[in-house]
Design a protein around this ligand. Sequence first.
Ligand SMILES: Cc1ncc(COP(=O)(O)O)c(C=O)c1O
Length: 373
Amino acid sequence: MIVNIVKPFLPDMEKIYEKFKLSLSTGLVTNNSENVRLFENKLQDFYKCPFKPSVNCNGQLALYHLIQAWKHKLGYGTHDSFEVLVPSFTFSGTINALVTNNLKPVFCDVDDGLVLDLNKINIDSNEIKMILPVGAYGNLVNLELLQNISVENKLSVILDNAPAFGSKFKNKFPWEFGFSEMISFHATKIFNSMEGGANIVNDSQIADYLLRLRDFGQYEKVRGDIDLPGLNSKMTEICAIVGLANLENIDFILSSRAANVIKYLDFFGKLEAQGKLKTMKVAKQVYCPYLYFPIILNDDATKFVNFMAIKNISVRRYYTATHDLTFYRGKYRSQNLDYTNQIKYNIVAVPVHTIMEDDEISYIFDTISSYNF
Ligand SMILES: Cc1ncc(COP(=O)(O)O)c(C=O)c1O
């Protein structure tokens, strides 16, 4: 048996055929046409958010623009800079989006939930103006505590929730706490449109900037004048069509994953009780859809990864300590990174698919049970 790291949930061709055919025949294949607009309406229904989510061609550019929009709102020019508290333990894309916005990451630690350790961060400079937690594996920081910290210290908050479609704290979406979040719809993610991403915000000015930024910054289409230097980050119709078809199945996607995760929690919980590994700690108040199932081994994961590869099960060394990446090493400030440094070589993401046969799950569990920890 072969178990891939991801198996994207995608619609049948018949489901999208008519819409795509129409899109091709009318030539309306991009520029925020019918399906992109419908996709945004349906996302707004799902998130029940006050402003229409703005979709982009991918999560990376959505995050780039979200940071750009906040920077502009705070009164900073393109070449101005400030510091942003961000977990080192994330995907390079998080940090790249800050640095390409000319902002300076301050690498911070994560806790045993693998998300920014809010009890450890230190507002140790007047240069810090923003805090950017990451929804690693779909988990969230305590959004109430985050709200208190941000209000008390006058910090803007952006959530890189690329992996956290539908994640909630105390049954509320992040926008309900006033936060802006970016969600990725990449094929590897919980909910996908092949490529794509969206920003969900609770601020009319930011919502307005985002619509311009994905379209070169244009506010007057006729003359093509701009008031912000945007990019072309528009989603194509075919991605919106696939996203719309998948969104129709979102209850199935989330419930099927949740049912699989219950089995993983039981299996890996037993290994944890035996001291063989650690699992991600998800607070009771958090609804976490689990993008992958991360496990923290007691030592370097290379031997485990190789063992799984021989058994045809792909696992992923994800996320990573970004402060250690070649480009970032020694370049920016760090705070205490004890836990990140402790786990960075030991963590492995085990696949959880939306559709998984029982024998696939059994094969993963039997294989791991036979591993000599
Ligand atoms: C934390 C994080 N941020 C940003 C991104 C970028 O999203 P996308 O792949 O949709 O560009 C990813 C994607 O893996 C991610 O995991």
